[in-house]
Design a protein around this ligand. Structure first.
Ligand code: NAD
Ligand code: DAU
Length: 356
């Protein structure tokens, strides 16, 4: 089995949902002993609250730099100043609905940003250990009633978001084949858990329900996603970084396929138990709304490669993970308040100035 040592890891998008969970995991739980350099532009999706306390707790092992991954000069400077020997690349525009309305920033960050980082790494190949690229199962398009996405499934992205992620995956692969850059890629299914921005289905439903607002379900609600608790994703990423074969892609998924309407009903049932409404069930708030254009019907991951090669197993079932997640949003009212009020954005403006 491969064994990689990494000392100075550039994590991009570390203030977002999965990136922040990864930084918590790798500094607080995993066997990583090096330094994390978190580069994040702090878009609406980048929230420093997600990492509160980390800077103080890991003074010598954590650095934050606010920067845009498309800014080549700054990326090169960061690679040199911190002697970056590895990259864990999360930074992206990540929300499908936004990509349908305004694709521009998706092409810029996801394609050009990835290219910029690859170039910075390629110029420093002699000390460079690994470029790990975080991607999505959405690059494979949609499934019918049967079958699973494997690492061999042809790419057929259907949204501007997934097309931009597909483009970035191809660039990463090409930099390995053409220049010999050491890379690994992971394509993961839908994540859920703490610190997820409430534009995505699960936190949106939890927070809307608590406020007694309608719970929007797109189309007939029978679209299927394959849910994975975010910590299980983080464990998989770190395993791939340490032991994954160079140049390989690994699919990650928790074997938790579920129709959207079932997800919403389950959240309602947990809330009915934990925080009962005065007048009826939270299910009464479910509202079917217009479907998403080009809405992929079903995703399902075959994760047998990472399971057999790297002995990865998800710890959470959907039932245990979703209960933890509902409890987290109920227990972290201050985080919720600052996200919903936009107070975290005002804080960013005060501390770092306005960005475009
Ligand atoms: P997110 O939207 O919560 O976070 C993205 C982060 O990237 C934010 O902190 C944002 O400020 C930062 N960012 C955006 N543009 C940037 C730029 N130009 N320069 C520097 N930083 C920038 O996203 P997420 O849900 O945490 O997803 C992280 C990665 O995982 C993405 O690459 C996404 O495609 C992938 N992914 C997500 C899921 C999921 O279910 N959320 C599943 C599979 C793969
Ligand atoms: O599959 C991995 C992908 O999962 C990641 O690559 C993306 O970054 C991430 O955002 C997620 O994409 P989805 O489009 O699947 O996630 P979202 O939470 O937006 O939607 C989940 C499902 O719920 C999808 O079928 C659309 C539906 N939906 C979503 C919202 C926001 C609703 O029915 N109502 C809603 O209000």
């Amino acid at each position: 089995m491969v064994k990689r040592e990494m000392r100075n890891m550039l994590v991009t998008g570390g203030c977002g949902f999965i990136g922040a969970n990864f930084i918590h995991y790798i500094l607080e739980e995993a066997d990583f002993t090096g330094r994390i350099i978190n580069v994040d532009k702090l878009t609406y999706a980048g929230n420093p609250d997600n990492l509160s306390g980390i800077e103080e707790k890991f003074k010598d092992r954590y650095v934050f730099v606010r920067a845009d991954i498309c800014d080549r000069e700054t990326m090169e400077e960061i690679f040199d100043r911190y002697e970056v020997d590895s990259v864990c690349h999360f930074a992206a525009e990540s929300h499908v609905d936004r990509s349908i309305v305004r694709p521009d920033s998706f092409i810029r960050t996801n394609v050009i940003g990835t290219f910029t980082l690859l170039e910075a790494a390629r110029q420093r190949m002699e000390r460079f250990r690994l470029f790990h690229h975080i991607s999505t199962d959405e690059v494979y398009g949609t499934l019918g009633e049967d079958g699973f996405f494997t690492e061999e499934t042809p790419y057929r992205p259907n949204s501007p978001y997934s097309a931009s992620k597909a483009g970035s995956d191809h660039l990463v692969r090409a930099y390995h084949k053409t220049y010999g850059l050491p890379v690994t890629i992971s394509n993961c299914s839908n994540n859920y858990g703490p610190y997820q921005f409430p534009e995505k289905l699960i936190p949106l439903i939890i927070l809307s329900a608590v406020e007694g607002r309608p719970l929007p379900v797109y189309g007939d609600g029978r679209h299927i996603r394959d849910w994975l608790y975010v910590r299980d994703h983080c464990v998989a990423i770190w395993l791939i970084m340490k032991h994954g074969r160079t140049g390989e892609t690994y699919n990650i998924g928790g074997n938790n396929e579920m129709q959207n309407i079932r997800v919403v009903e389950l959240i309602c049932d947990i809330l009915d138990e934990l925080r009962p409404r005065e007048n009826g069930s939270y299910r009464d708030l479910i509202t079917f709304v217009k479907d998403r254009p080009g809405h992929d019907r079903r995703y399902a991951i075959d994760a047998s490669k990472i399971m057999s090669e790297l002995r990865w197993r998800p710890e959470e079932s959907f039932e245990t993970g979703i209960r933890k997640t509902v409890e987290w949003y109920l227990d972290n009212q201050e985080w919720v308040r600052r996200v919903k009020s936009g107070e975290y954005l005002s804080w960013i403006k005060e501390h770092y100035g306005i960005d475009d």
